[in-house]
Design a protein around this ligand. Structure first.
Ligand SMILES: Nc1ncnc2c1ncn2[C@@H]1O[C@H](COP(=O)(O)OP(=O)(O)OP(=O)(O)O)[C@@H](O)[C@H]1O
Ligand SMILES: [Mg+2]
Length: 464
């Protein structure tokens, strides 16, 4: 959809000539003959940029600018001023106008200015969307990811969550199985009930049985009192059976009985008790293959495999790495009270290039380490763990600069110098060597303020 430009002028002929210019650029155009009319349009239409005359009867361009800020905060405003009113234009710039151009309007100048304003407007909108998304995500234990593969898995999870269906989560270590189990619980009518995890691999087999089923006093030597098992404790909630592939054949039979009959029997008990438990199981093994190999009971497999969800390894959804890394960076920066705000493009590139055998957990730890070690405000390649750093050679281009089309050679030179200085952490001699110029030239190319510091004027340059 081409962008929408709103032209405001009290003179018809001006509206017509600007309209022609903009339409030749392929932009959509709306016109208004007065400030109030323009505001009306701003309320209703998704305008990206307003080009308005400064001197208009009734409501001036400057007043319109101020009003537009509240009506449509994302809109950028370009002012058109007659010769002699430049001072008013400058004060309007301070109010937040994007640019001003003087009459008579030159086609080239107005197109260039509006094009840049459009770029800024779309960047702002994108930024806002990303920030809103991040704000929602940095808190809590949301399952993050936007790649098609991940979304497909998430969709099944969200559909299964409100039911009581047994879910089998499969995926490599660190792919988020436990997080997914919690999500299933939290998004179910059982959310108010208990979420009880038990890791079949971490508990020795002899203890696992009594942990799961509980026991009565004197059920075995050492059973001094009675104990409620985790199955019972999960009554009204969810039992998360982690690493279910490690369960012994004997226990598999007992678990199957619970699933079939909905009752548990404590060790040494005479009466079974009825329980209402939703079961979520997880494994990093290929459970179907375990069945074939005779290590896992087929009937239990079918009982567990009612809804199957495979959580994809991170290397199959590399597109998600920047999002995950950014969210983790924010969490960790807050936790450690560090002013680290992001990654250098090259660092992000390395993160995307690595295989992540430990998946999201490994990424989480890599980001934490980088934030803790990072001396500046931005995580650089050198802050990343060695294997991740090494991965990048194979993965893609080295540090790259983005140069906006339409930049002058002068601007490009300054961009390259500034970036090189950033990389050398301000060492001008080294930067000059890298660039093959004299250090003197660096000083000459960059403006300096009174204190002798390099002035970073940003890509637009300050208004005179
Ligand atoms: N999609 C995700 N979004 C955000 N964080 C995630 C995601 N997946 C995993 N994590 C985080 O990665 C870490 C590992 O996740 P989790 O413990 O759920 O993995 P797992 O599959 O159970 O691994 P294992 O098989 O080793 O037990 C956790 O800190 C978790 O918060
Ligand atoms: Mg786990």
């Amino acid at each position: 959809m081409p962008p929408l430009i709103l032209i405001v002028d009290d003179e018809r002929s001006n509206l017509d000539s600007l309209r022609k210019i903009f339409e030749r650029e392929g932009w959509r155009v709306l016109t208004a003959a007065s400030g109030p009319e323009a505001l009306e349009l701003l309320r209703r239409e998704p305008v990206s940029v307003v080009v308005t005359d400064l001197m208009m009867p009734g409501m001036s361009g400057e007043a319109l600018l101020r009003a537009a800020r509240t009506v449509a905060p994302d809109v950028e405003v370009v002012l058109v001023t007659a010769y002699g009113t430049v001072e008013a234009a400058v004060s309007a710039m301070k109010e937040g106008a994007y640019d001003f151009i003087t009459k008579p309007v030159k086609r080239h100048a107005v197109v260039k200015s509006v094009r840049r304003a459009l770029e800024k407007a779309s960047l702002l909108a994108e930024n806002r969307a990303l920030k809103a998304q991040l704000a929602g995500l940095t808190q809590g234990n949301a399952l993050l990811g936007d790649s098609p593969r991940f979304r497909a898995a998430l969709e099944v999870l969200l559909q299964a969550a409100p039911t009581s269906a047994t879910v089998l989560l499969q995926g490599e270590s660190g792919t988020g199985k436990e997080l997914a189990a919690r999500l299933l619980h939290d998004r179910s009518p059982r959310a108010g009930g208990p979420f009880v995890p038990i890791n079949c691999a971490a508990i020795p087999e002899s203890i696992l049985e009594s942990e799961l089923f509980g026991y009565e006093k004197g059920a075995f030597t050492g059973a001094a009192g009675r104990k409620e098992g985790r199955l019972e404790r999960a009554h009204g909630g969810t039992l998360f059976l982690d690493e279910v592939g490690e369960m012994s054949p004997g226990l598999q039979v007992k678990l199957l009985r619970v699933l079939q009959d909905g009752v548990v029997e404590r060790l040494g008990a005479t009466q079974p008790s009825r329980i209402d438990v939703r079961l979520v199981a997880a494994t990093n093994k290929d459970l179907a293959a375990e069945v074939k190999a005779g290590r896992f009971r087929e009937d239990l497999f079918y009982r567990l495999n009612v809804v199957a969800v495979r959580l994809p390894p991170l290397r199959e959804r590399r597109e998600d790495v920047p999002l995950l890394a950014t969210v983790f960076l924010r969490r960790v920066a807050e936790k450690h009270q560090k002013r680290v705000t992001g990654f250098s493009p090259a660092a992000l590139h390395s993160l995307e290039g690595w295989e992540w055998p430990g998946n999201v957990r490994e990424l989480e730890h890599a980001v934490e380490r980088a934030v803790v070690l990072c001396p500046g405000e931005r995580v650089e390649v050198s802050d990343l763990p060695e294997p991740v750093r090494a991965a990048r050679g194979a993965a893609g281009p080295p540090d790259a600069l983005v140069i906006p089309m339409g930049a002058s050679m002068d601007e490009i030179e300054r961009l390259v110098i500034r970036e090189t200085l950033r990389q050398t952490r301000g060492d001008k001699t080294l930067a000059a060597q890298i660039l093959g110029i004299a250090p003197r030239t660096i000083y000459r190319k960059l403006d300096r303020d009174a204190a002798g510091r390099l002035v970073d004027e940003g890509p637009e340059g300050a208004p005179e």
